[in-house]
Structures are given as structure tokens and as C-alpha cells.
Design a protein around this ligand. Structure first.
Ligand code: DUC
Ligand code: ZN
Ligand code: ZN
Length: 476
């Protein structure tokens, strides 16, 4: 028996993992869980979690922090404020995006992104790549090398002029994912349909934020989702369809699964808690706060997303935190102006509210089980992106990233959040739970009242092969 004392014991926890719920003390040493059991010996420090649920720290596998934007637009959150907000909302690992600009090498994008993170992050982090320019050099060298170095996932876009790939390029990139065992994430919206609809709306003077939803109806997502599934089937490689918003895309994914295809899917809080009406019922510019892509849909559609969370359709629940201020000149009003919907920076903040919203409205209202909550928000993201079992579970050997939950009413107010964004789309929502404590690597980063900064203590994570990928004997 190991006689070294624990650095910390979290005592009397009601531990929830993706598969089990059980009572245990959690013994922590050097930032890792070293023992789970009843009546563990005293630690140098003790935290009493009696009567409290303890879950693994959240893994937010889709968030945008300090991602370079075209001037004057700038993200409000960098690695400091973004990971601060993450920690206070129970998320202890974030995976934002190192985005390649067209004409830029992928390697240069990664190096730049490391500079942005350096010395700032309060929690552990990894980077997905965004491949926007799949040159022969990128396909043959840079991407395979970066995957081998632990950047084992990348996102590709079917829309946005500066990012989108055509079908041939998507096939090329998917082939690299297949050969080198990476997870390909796909933003599925049909760019030409959006462009065609946007021009017609603009020509008719319909430029208010609410027309963003008119330019991206369900079929725009459905068509691209269908195409992404077909392209992945052709290459015979699994894909992750990110930020799935609508019933029609969900139907495509159900069809793919029924046909035995390995299609994973992610959804986000905005498709449960917002509707297209939040973009405005009149031409008010306030709706710009909720402009994100794909857009929020209607109330019936929210139920479709809840069903997919409950029945296993969705693999992952991420924030898609894309932080732009409403006021000022760098966010939703570029240069301080009210612009036509298609020029409004896309995205809403949500890195801190992701877990409390799903816990309150999902677990405590009986829509999903506590174990499914853990699976969607922590275990599956860790498995999908090569971080499990170090992240995503409470087990001997895993990092001591934990959330102790506190039940009780709390009204969501932006002034109480820790991001650098000047609004939350969820202002005024009544929550029933909030993290009372977040531990990152065995250290308290959030105690339910105060944030405990540790800039630079958040480590960059070199990732392994995504364990959700099927074993492939012919892999390179
Ligand atoms: N849509 C994206 O694709 N990325 C960032 C935010 C958004 O709304
Ligand atoms: Zn996207
Ligand atoms: Zn995104």
C-alpha cells in the first residue's frame, strides 16, 4: 500500500461518470486521481462534497478563442478570459481552433495560435486545425505531420467564402483523415444557397438581423449534411457533423446511422434555448446578439434536439463559444455600425453557461440522465478527440479535473459571468444548478464565488488517436 499522503481528498462525493454513479472519496496526488474508495486516509487538504454530485471537468470540444478575424472584427475572449470563463462554468479542457487562412501554411497558423495561448490559459487546452487551403503541400506533408504531432482533428467548412472547400477538396482532406486517423469535423451548410438567398433578401431591403435565419433555412443545412455524409461514405471515413441545429439535418444523420455509417454529431446550447425569434421579431438590431450559424430554429425543433440528446443521436454537446461584443467597434457592430445581416460576425458566447444550462434543463428536469450528461459534455468529447482517459472521466490515473455541483435556483446574469463579452444570450434564464467548485489538475480554479487565476498553468495537450474511430487494420 502506498503510504504517501494525498495532496487532496474530495470526500463523500456522489461520483458520476458516463457509465456509473457511486459514492467515493477521491484521492489526488500531483494533479492526478490516484485512488477512489471509501474512507480514504486524510489528505494534506480536504474538500467535503457530502451530498454533492461530482462529475469530470467539462471538455468543450468546440469553442473559438482569440481566433484571427478580418479587421475591425476581433474576438472578445482570448485564452485568459476564455479559459477563466470555462473554469467558472465547470469546463477544465478546451479545444479551440488554429485556423489556416487561404495562402497561409497550416504550420504557421498553428505557431501563431501557440503564441496566442502562451502563458495565458488557466485550464488545459488543445487545438483543432481549420483547413481552408488544402494545397498539395498541406495534404501530403503539413497535415499528416501535424496529426502525427498530436493535432488529431480538423474542421472543414462547406460555407463562408474565406474558409469553404468544394466537394473535391473535401474528398482530398477526408482521405488524409482516413489514412492518418484524424477526426474530421464538418460545418455543413450549402454556401451557394445561402449566397443566393442573401442576395435576394438584400435586394428586397431585408437586411435586419432576423433575415439571417431566412438566408439559412433548414434545407440549407439538410442538403450539406446529406452531401457530407455521402462524401464520407465515398472515402469510408467517420466524420463529426458539428453544431447540428435542425430537424432535417437530424433526419439525415439518423438515416446514415441506420445504414451503418460512422457519422458522429455535435449540437450546442443555442439550439435548445434560443429560437429564430431571438434574432428579432421586428427589424431591431438587438437580434444581432443571437446571430450564429446555423441559426436557431423554432420551438418544435428544440424538442427534436432534446430527443437527439436523450436517445444517443448526438455524440457531443459543445458551446461553439464565438465571443463578439455587442457594443463597441470590433464585434456585432463592425466600426460601430449596424450592418446588414450577412456582415454581422457569426457566433454567440456560451463557454461558461454550457454545463449549467444542460445540467439544469436536461438532468434536473429529467430530459437526460446524469450519466448521459457526463458522456455528452466530457467523456465523448475526450474520446472523439484523443484525450480519453486522461480527460473525460473520474478514474485512477485520470487528471484531477472535477466539478462539484450545487443545486439551487440562480438567475443567469451576464454581470456574474467571467467572459469578456458584454452580453449573454441567456440573460434571465432560471438555472437550478451551478458548479460550487472546479478543480483543474487538482487545483481549485473556481470555488463557487471566486475565480483562482493560474495563467499559464493550463497545459497544451498533445493528443492521441481519437478512440471513437473504429480500429482500422489497413491504417498507415
Ligand atoms: N458559426 C460558426 O461556424 N463558427 C463560429 C460561430 C458560428 O456561429
Ligand atoms: Zn462552424
Ligand atoms: Zn464554431
Amino acid at each position: 500500500m502506498d503510504s504517501q499522503p494525498f495532496d487532496l481528498v474530495v470526500r463523500n462525493a456522489r461520483v458520476a461518470t458516463a457509465s456509473d454513479t457511486f459514492d467515493a472519496d477521491i484521492g489526488i496526488r500531483a494533479g492526478r486521481i490516484v485512488q477512489l474508495g471509501l474512507e480514504l486516509p486524510r489528505g494534506m487538504r480536504e474538500i467535503d462534497a457530502a451530498g454533492r454530485t461530482v462529475t469530470p471537468g467539462g471538455v468543450d470540444a468546440h469553442c473559438h478563442l482569440d481566433q484571427p478575424m478580418e479587421a475591425p472584427v476581433r474576438m472578445a475572449d482570448d485564452f485568459d478570459s476564455g479559459t477563466r470563463a470555462a473554469a467558472c462554468g465547470g469546463t477544465t479542457t478546451v479545444i479551440p481552433f488554429a485556423a489556416q487562412q487561404k495562402g497561409q501554411s497550416l504550420r504557421a497558423a498553428v505557431q501563431d495560435y501557440h503564441h496566442r495561448a502562451e502563458g495565458r490559459a488557466h485550464v488545459d487546452h488543445a487545438f483543432h486545425l481549420i483547413v481552408s487551403d488544402p494545397t498539395p503541400q498541406v495534404l501530403a506533408e503539413e497535415l499528416p505531420q501535424l496529426i502525427a504531432e498530436g493535432y488529431t482533428s480538423f474542421k472543414i467548412y462547406m460555407t463562408y467564402d474565406d474558409l469553404k472547400l468544394d466537394d473535391g477538396q473535401i474528398l482530398d482532406v477526408l482521405e488524409v483523415a482516413r489514412r492518418h486517423d484524424a477526426m474530421a469535423m464538418i460545418h455543413a451548410e450549402n454556401a451557394d444557397c445561402i449566397e443566393w438567398l442573401s442576395k435576394r433578401l438584400e435586394a428586397g431591403g431585408r437586411t435586419a438581423p432576423r433575415f439571417h435565419a431566412h438566408a439559412r433555412p433548414l434545407l440549407v443545412e439538410r442538403e450539406a449534411t446529406h452531401r457530407a455524409i455521402a462524401l464520407s461514405e465515398l472515402v469510408d471515413v467517420p466524420i463529426m457533423i458539428v453544431h447540428v441545429s435542425g430537424r432535417e439535418a437530424v433526419e439525415q444523420i439518423r438515416w446514415a446511422r441506420a445504414h451503418g455509417l460512422n457519422v458522429f454529431a455535435e449540437t450546442c446550447p443555442q439550439y435548445l434555448f434560443l429560437t429564430a425569434e431571438d434574432l428579432g421579431i421586428d427589424d431591431s438590431y438587438l437580434g444581432a446578439r443571437c446571430v450564429c450559424s446555423p441559426p436557431p430554429r423554432n420551438r418544435d425543433n428544440q424538442q427534436v434536439i432534446w430527443n437527439g440528446l436523450a436517445d444517443g443521436l448526438f455524440t457531443i454537446f459543445s458551446s461553439d463559444h464565438a465571443p463578439f461584443n455587442f457594443e463597441g467597434t470590433q464585434g456585432k457592430r463592425p466600426n460601430g455600425e449596424e450592418v446588414a445581416f450577412r456582415h454581422i460576425p457569426n457566433g454567440i458566447p456560451g463557454i461558461e453557461t454550457r454545463l449549467p444550462l444542460l445540467y439544469s434543463e436536461g438532468v434536473l428536469k429529467g430530459r437526460i440522465t446524469l450519466n448521459r450528461f457526463v458522456e455528452l459534455t466530457s467523456t465523448n468529447p475526450a474520446k472523439a478527440y484523443g484525450l480519453h482517459p486522461r480527460k473525460g472521466t473520474i478514474a485512477v490515473g485520470s487528471d484531477a479535473d472535477l466539478v462539484v455541483w450545487q443545486h439551487g435556483p440562480r438567475t443567469l446574469r451576464n454581470e456574474a459571468l467571467h467572459h469578456a463579452v458584454d452580453y449573454t444570450p441567456y440573460e434571465g434564464i432560471e438555472l437550478q444548478a451551478w458548479p460550487a467548485l472546479t478543480l483543474a489538475g487538482g487545483e481549485v480554479v473556481w470555488d463557487g464565488r471566486d475565480f483562482h487565476p493560474r495563467p499559464g498553468a493550463g497545459r497544451f495537450l498533445r493528443r492521441g488517436r481519437p478512440s471513437l474511430l473504429p480500429a482500422r487494420p489497413d491504417a498507415a
